[in-house]
Design a protein around this ligand. Structure first.
Ligand code: HEC
Length: 152
């Protein structure tokens, strides 16, 4: 077997193992992985400090979204599909965040049971490991949420 193939196999096994165990992601790696999101998102806290990203507001500010109802960041014009999902009970925890990041369109279609649903985010994270780490990063900078979500 070629060394590159072995490395690729090992990486994907490690990534799925970390995900399966619900392992806590690595927030430092997650901050680095935010480079994939910053074309559209920022993480800006309540005092206006930019914790990640630059200035793009194509997508909502992801600060404090953990535990939050989907589609409810103030002043962002969401798709009706994402707002609808939030109204039907979609909140962001590790499982929903990771699944959404890996394939937002597919996720919304499944959640809404509507194969024409789309949403406005089409970007997909390719590695589940990155999605898990991104979750850890966003959670690490978020204010504490409801106690029952604290261990997520
Ligand atoms: C090309 C632009 C683009 C990129 C790149 C992108 N997003 Fe998004 N994202 C959006 C848009 C637009 C929305 C709003 C979706 C809607 O209204 O349906 C969104 C919404 C979201 C939401 C829902 C937030 C809420 O307020 O409910 C999450 C979570 C999210 N993105 C995570 C990510 C992550 C993590 C990355 C990087 C891995 C990323 N996005 C990369 C454009 C992008």
């Amino acid at each position: 077997m070629k060394p590159t193939l072995i490395i690729a196999l090992f990486t994907s096994v490690a990534a799925s193992a970390a995900f399966a165990e619900g392992d806590v992601g690595d927030s430092t790696a997650g901050k680095r992985a935010f480079s994939q999101c910053q074309a559209c998102h920022v993480v800006v806290d309540g005092e206006g400090n930019t914790l990640a990203g630059r200035r793009s507001r194509t997508g909502p500010n992801l600060f404090g979204i953990i535990g939050m109802q989907a589609g409810t960041v103030e002043d962002f014009r969401y798709s009706t599909d994402l707002v609808e999902a939030g109204e039907q009970g979609l909140t962001w925890d590790e499982e929903t965040f990771v699944a959404y990041s890996l394939d937002p369109v597919k996720f919304l279609r499944a959640f809404l049971d509507d194969r024409r649903a789309r949403g406005k985010m089409t970007f997909k994270v390719r590695k589940s490991e990155d999605a898990v780490n991104l979750y850890a990063f966003i959670k690490s900078v978020s204010p504490p949420v409801a106690p029952d979500l604290e261990d997520n």
